[in-house]
Design a protein around this ligand. Structure first.
Ligand SMILES: [Zn+2]
Ligand SMILES: [Zn+2]
Length: 186
């Protein structure tokens, strides 16, 4: 596992002019972060993260760009089935070397959005940390197996994707059925 981690660790100052490229499978366990949600890693719906990206020096700065894809097991918020949710993200971050900004300045930088992220020279960067952070940023608390998912019947719990249940029919029919046998004669 150590060699896997090392692949993602770099020192910006020693990144060659030609930059550095990745076309890597990121092991799932390296993405886990219990402070968000636990990943059910034993699930067959998990697919490893594939990360394709590069970092290039550009006018005193370093630009990290790339994209990642993976599938993660999620539970549908409507019908409760577990399904493989496709996740993807694009990364585009500019780093600059400098003295670490103090707390207040750092907050301003983050608000500015497209300002480079300042790393203290020589610029130790762990791309795995970047990917993990981005992965959890893209993690939606509520997902559905399909936009058309009909969910479960609130009354009997039947999965309405599999077919209609009797509740809806009886809700409509019952009042009439009851009225049929009812005498209105005063
Ligand atoms: Zn569903
Ligand atoms: Zn029902």
């Amino acid at each position: 596992m150590k060699s896997q981690v090392d692949k993602f660790n770099l020192i910006l100052q020693s990144v060659a002019k030609s930059g550095r490229q990745w076309d890597e499978v990121v092991p799932l366990m390296l993405l886990a972060d219990e402070s968000f949600e636990s990943l059910h890693m034993e699930s067959p719906f998990f697919g490893d993260m594939l990360w394709q990206g590069n970092i290039e020096p550009l006018r005193e700065q370093f630009v990290l760009t790339g994209s990642w894809t993976m599938s993660a097991p999620r539970q549908c918020g409507r019908c409760n089935i577990e399904f493989a949710a496709e996740m993807r993200g694009n990364i585009d971050i500019t780093y600059a070397l400098g003295k670490q900004a103090d707390g207040e300045e750092q907050a301003e930088l983050e608000l500015a959005g497209d300002e480079p992220e300042v790393l203290e020279a020589p610029g130790a960067l762990n791309v795995l940390d970047v990917l993990r952070e981005h992965f959890w940023l893209m993690w939606q608390p509520m997902v559905v197996c399909s936009e058309d998912c009909k969910g479960l019947c609130l009354q009997c719990g039947v999965d309405l994707n599999a077919g209609a249940c009797d509740c809806h029919a009886s809700v409509k029919e019952n009042p009439f059925a009851a009225l049929k046998g009812f005498k209105f004669d005063a």
